[in-house]
Design a protein around this ligand. Sequence first.
Ligand code: DC
Length: 223
Amino acid sequence: MHHVRPPSIITIDGPSGTGKSTVARLLAKRLGYFYLDTGAMYRSVGLKVVRNKIPWEDHSAIIKTARQAKIVFRFSRAGIQKIFLDGKDVTRALRRPEISEAASRVAVIPEVRTVMVSRQRAIGRQGRLVAEGRDIGTVVFPKAPLKIYLTASAAERARRRYEELKKAGHPLSYKEVLHQTRLRDRRDSRRAVSPLKPAKDAVRIDNSRLRLSEVFDTIESYI
Ligand code: DC
């Protein structure tokens, strides 16, 4: 992988539950790149909105919250990435199902996206970055030399999310998870600003039946 210089920014987009995070995290580790989890940024805003009990209709309060939220990525000694919101470790709290929902809700507000996108670009200026999200290849880094679009069937994605939630101690029925997956897909891909869609020059990989190593082989061949 290190024979040629890898692209300075690699974007990985796609719907939730495709294994995007695992792929992005591992790829960043292998290349010695920074892993930018943009979903965690929207989740942080969502968490802050929920904690401050701001009503979903109050867009101006949500936008203000987004502007004021201090979101910092830090590494533990074990090399695990932690997310700090206003100085507190929220890594685990961000994964709660109601925060997935909250993130998806705040992410439809154009001004919230503007704030997050400019922060993401500021981080991107340093280069050597694997950035994961929904609009990274289309909006945030449209000139990135390598763009991946990872997909998988809704049923497969819901199955994975169901297993993840069970392990994390948030048991929901598979049916409920599938329902939420479809709802979130619809909200993410039909919103007016930066809807989820592959960039024209993105490499599409369907992860429904591939093993992680096969996804890697494909990505490596493009690197
Ligand atoms: O990837 P994730 O599940 O952590 O993302 C949480 C929500 O944030 C998801 O519903 C869509 C939104 N999101 C977004 O709109 N744009 C991004 N670049 C990343 C996430």
